[in-house]
Design a protein around this ligand. Structure first.
Ligand SMILES: Cc1cc2nc3c(=O)[nH]c(=O)nc-3n(C[C@H](O)[C@H](O)[C@H](O)COP(=O)(O)O)c2cc1C
Length: 347
């Protein structure tokens, strides 16, 4: 039986407890995608408040295909000083830091990028080779700055999720049709990142419980790819407003036969009791997004025994507004230092 506050191993990482901050787009880059000090401070604040593993919001590995104007880019322009500052700040509080790496694909708005969004079928073979290199380059930047690992974003309808999904992957070559073929691009990225960064750098993935039509098959492929952990979310997470129970637990329970890689569950976990129920169901890590938008200190409060239920209403107001302004709770006031300095009236 897993205990929430016990030290735990996730691949090469020793975490101080079993809590994870799920990737949450902080919307705190400069409008051109460069990192900001307030972005780094936001991550450090989470570690200070006892989050065992902090996963950043999704970084775009391709500056020309961002998801929105506040999404940071992990390419040659990423400031190494700020990357180092974020890692050392998180480490100083006993946390671990992992960057979520993504390509927006069909969810890259032309209004932001000045280019049409791209579906899986729009990529040439040369472009896919380049994409693999972009993920590797981004992972190496994180490693050089002292980060603990990366999470490759295979969920929520972004590019890799769209490759895995038979409804959106209409390719007729070796990257389309069967699940093995649809997994090929992800597999190439995982292999190349592992080769470039080695075994001591955590290689995680986030995936959809309900995107590719065969969760068991998908988990098996990730396990064979030797990832250090898989976080399970779903394509429809944003349609679950008001639901405060772990909405992908059932899918995961039905699909995890023979799966021994560490699993992380996200979605609908808003209380100590729910987190403990997930652990009791044999899932070793619990992940939180909206509860930590509402209260970045929620994990510390649970651990100290001063609060067991999140104040988050699960209203999804944060999800509706976050493309226009820095991500934060629309119901409760969360002070973010220096916000007005960075964003002026946008803040
Ligand atoms: C404002 C906002 C931004 C998000 N940004 C990301 C992201 O960058 N990457 C990602 O994988 N998921 C992102 N998510 C999804 C969350 O990580 C999580 O999967 C989902 O909200 C369900 O978890 P919860 O019930 O704990 O909020 C975001 C969610 C919200 C509300």
């Amino acid at each position: 039986m897993y205990e929430l506050w016990e030290q735990a191993q996730l691949g090469p990482l020793t975490l101080k407890n079993r809590t994870v901050r799920s990737a949450t787009n902080e919307h705190l880059s400069e409008p051109d995608g460069r990192l900001t000090r307030v972005w780094a401070d936001t991550l450090i604040e989470l570690a200070k408040n006892q989050v065992g593993l902090v996963i950043t919001g999704h970084f775009s590995v391709d500056g020309s295909q961002r998801a929105d104007e506040g999404q940071p880019v992990m390419d040659s322009r990423a400031d190494p000083e700020l990357l180092r500052l974020a890692a050392s700040g998180v480490h100083a509080h006993g946390g671990k830091l992992v960057a979520q790496l993504s390509h927006s694909g069909p969810k890259a708005p032309p209004a932001v990028n000045g280019l049409p969004a791209k579906n899986p079928a729009d990529f040439s073979l040369e472009e896919l080779d380049r994409l693999v290199d972009q993920f590797v380059f981004a992972a190496r930047l994180c490693q050089q700055a002292g980060w603990d690992g990366v999470q490759i974003h295979n969920a929520h309808g972004y590019l890799l999720s769209s490759f895995l999904n038979p409804r959106t992957n209409l390719r007729t070559d070796e990257y389309g049709d069967s699940l093995e073929n649809r997994f090929r691009l992800t597999s190439r990225i995982l292999t190349a990142v592992r080769r470039a960064c080695g075994k001591d750098f955590a290689l995680l993935v986030k995936l959809d419980a309900n995107g590719c039509g065969d969760l068991h098959g998908l988990l098996n492929l990730f396990q064979e790819a030797d990832v250090d952990g898989a976080e399970v979310s779903g394509v429809d997470f944003s349609a679950r407003a008001g639901v405060k129970e772990p909405f992908y637990l059932r899918d995961l329970e039905q699909a995890r036969d023979g799966i021994s890689m560490p699993l992380i569950l996200v979605g609908g976990i808003f209380s100590l009791q729910t987190a403990q129920n997930v652990l009791a169901a044999g899932i070793p890590f619990v992940s939180f997004s909206r509860a930590l938008i509402c209260q970045p200190d929620f994990i510390a409060r649970m651990e100290a025994g001063v609060q067991e239920e999140s104040a988050c209403l699960a209203c999804n107001g944060c999800y509706k507004v976050y493309r226009q302004r820095p991500v934060r709770c629309v119901q409760h006031t969360v002070p973010i230092p220096q916000l007005s300095k960075v964003f002026g009236s946008r803040g």
